[in-house]
Design a protein around this ligand. Sequence first.
Ligand SMILES: *Cc1c(COP(=O)(O)O)cnc(C)c1O
Length: 386
Amino acid sequence: MLPDQLLLRIPGPSPIPPSVQRAMSQPMIGHRGAETTALLQRIKPRLKPVFGTEQDVLLVTGSGTAGLEAAVANTAKPGDEVLVVVVGAFGDRFVKIAKAYQLHIHHLDVAWGEAAKPEDIKAVLQKHPEISSVFVTYCETSTGVLNPIKEIAEAVHEVSDALVIVDGVSCVAGVETEFDAWGIDILVTGTQKAFMLPGGMFFAVVSERAWQVIESNTQPRFYLDLTKYRDGIAKDSTPFTPALSILFGLEQVLTLLEEEGLEQVYARHRLMRDMTRAAFRALDIPLLVEDAYASPTVTAIKPVDFDAEQLRKQVKQEFNLAFAGGQQHMKGEIFRIGHMGYCSPADVLQVISAVEIGLMQIGKQIKLGAGTQAAQQIYLEQGANN
Ligand SMILES: *Cc1c(COP(=O)(O)O)cnc(C)c1O
């Protein structure tokens, strides 16, 4: 294997396109100078379609989790009743943050591998009318479930005034996202997943309704005070030094998304999901998630007759191909393949055929090529010219 060729197929960080890498190597500029103002002015309108919003997208230096914390810190105060929908490890992270902020937490726990049901969320809200926010993950990265955010937001608004706060870290820019039309109140995403950038920044969008809650919330906050970022971006500025290199890269990412076309970007992700799933089905290896809720950005595989960790180790050693393992109680039970951002159907074909070799090498008997052939078939049926 080539020592410097890492095939990074984990659900984030994800590979960075060469043109984005080059854009990020631009010499530094002053963050209070005209160059930065002009850069933010150019980026601002081009980010909105990715989120499906007319609101300004806030740019904050900090990882995705800082974004989740900002959502909590800005909207809630100790004792507030909130509903956290937990379908995996990242729902659980929202619980931990809410705990740290001493909120009164109602859980809706869903079995790992399944999606949240809007009617179940509605039922909790009807039983507990004091709930002021509902926290939910869009793509649950630990399982590869894509929650039906549109239907969930609708259900919440039908029975409650609670804010709908969404963690979109592992899918926004890879799947359709309609912040305004779906009635989301706060949406957070990071840079290192479908956005094809290094980790280090998060994006947040806030609805008018949520701004009212934030403005009337007197809880202490400083760096993560979202009103600072709103007032900053309104003037093509940021309150503190932004991660300028990431912003250089972001401008190029937006160019790539526009050149391909967002609809096509989303179709490519769905195609990569379908190819991956068809391949494992053809190999008779179970998938964790059913078709209806399978995320276009990450797929979890749940082997029954071979060791997930052994396969991961094998393909890493043989091809420098990196998959992710399971998190928490799923450790050793599943492995996860990221197919987001700078990833194409051709990459999926490579991954599948390498997996087939890996499986043979660890002693799992398969019909060599069966998975690849199934993925090729899906490509020919739905993907030609993708
Ligand atoms: C990766 C991820 C996060 C955490 O992001 P960090 O940048 O590591 O803080 C949060 N939520 C989801 C759904 C993720 O996939």
